[in-house]
Design a protein around this ligand. Structure first.
Ligand code: NAP
Length: 244
């Protein structure tokens, strides 16, 4: 894949798991990184050092993406100064429960972080990107958002919402040369899935193996590169066949 000349990639939720792998992939492709996270300073600083070892810059931003005010405060002026070339909305949480037991807090926390967070970020950075008439926006959804997952009605709704939001946004901004796509992982080994028994999920996966954060990061790297000149408004599954 062609190396990209220095450009900025904003990776929201880049301190751990899939986000960390995306940060390192984009740094290796030549992007300088704006890495956002909520509270895990140690993890974020470790990733920053790894990016600097690659020879790229990495700026850290700690804020709660579910807060419109915090997100605007952290990102709006930065984006106005230097509109990012790539924006990857990766932050996400789960609060699993059967719907009948789901509390209002479990519902609203997940929607606020996973779906409102996308609005908060895109709304903070889009205008300057539109002025530049270039850019890539990628949201990390989930197989749960495509096919639904019992015990995750809140999470599935938030992830399906991201797909709808990105398809609509792709129609709004395509003419301005901003590509919008969704990457939809299946079962990927991270902190989020560490308590789920592999024995239960493997029979559901035709490739008979779980995915690694790097499997998702490769696809994001491709979508952000100049190799992708015509994929727009799509949902790319990275799931070993979990959703066929
Ligand atoms: P993870 O290891 O739990 O990492 C989550 C990241 O999001 C961290 O950087 C975290 O920051 C950040 N974050 C969470 N809540 C935030 C908030 N309110 N404000 C700002 N940042 C916040 O998750 P992961 O497994 O890598 O998953 C990454 C994305 O892929 C998520 O959207 C997830 O839904 C999606 N996904 C994961 C899988 C899977 O199997 N793992 C499958 C499908 C989709 P801190 O480090 O500060 O907490």
């Amino acid at each position: 894949m062609n190396q990209i000349k220095s450009k900025i990639a904003l990776v929201v939720g880049g301190s751990r798991g899939i986000g960390k792998a995306i940060v390192l992939k984009l740094a290796n492709l030549g992007f300088d990184i704006w890495l956002t996270y909520r509270s895990n300073n140690d993890a974020a600083n470790t990733v920053k050092k790894e990016v600097e070892k690659i020879g790229r810059k990495c700026e850290l931003f700690s804020f709660d993406v579910s807060s419109h005010a915090e997100t605007k405060k952290a990102l709006s002026d930065k984006a106005e100064e230097m509109p990012p070339h790539a924006v990857v909305f990766n932050s996400g949480i789960t609060r699993d429960n059967l719907l009948m037991w789901t509390t209002e807090e479990e519902w609203t926390d997940v929607i606020a972080t996973n779906l409102n967070g996308f609005y908060n970020v895109a709304n903070s950075v889009l205008f300057p990107m539109l002025r530049e008439k270039r850019g890539r926006i990628i949201a990390i959804s989930s197989t749960a958002g495509e096919v639904g997952q019992a015990g995750q009605v809140n999470y599935s709704a938030s992830k399906a919402g991201l797909i709808g939001a990105c398809k609509a946004l792709a129609r709004e901004v395509g003419k301005k040369n901003i590509f919008v796509n969704v990457v939809s992982p299946g079962f990927i080994e991270t902190d989020m899935t560490k308590d789920i028994s592999k024995d239960k999920v493997l029979p559901l996966i035709p490739l008979n193996k779980t995915g690694k954060p790097e499997d998702v990061a490769s696809v994001v790297g491709f979508l952000c590169s100049e190799e992708n000149m015509y994929i727009h408004g799509q949902v790319i599954g990275v799931n070993g066949g979990l959703a066929i």
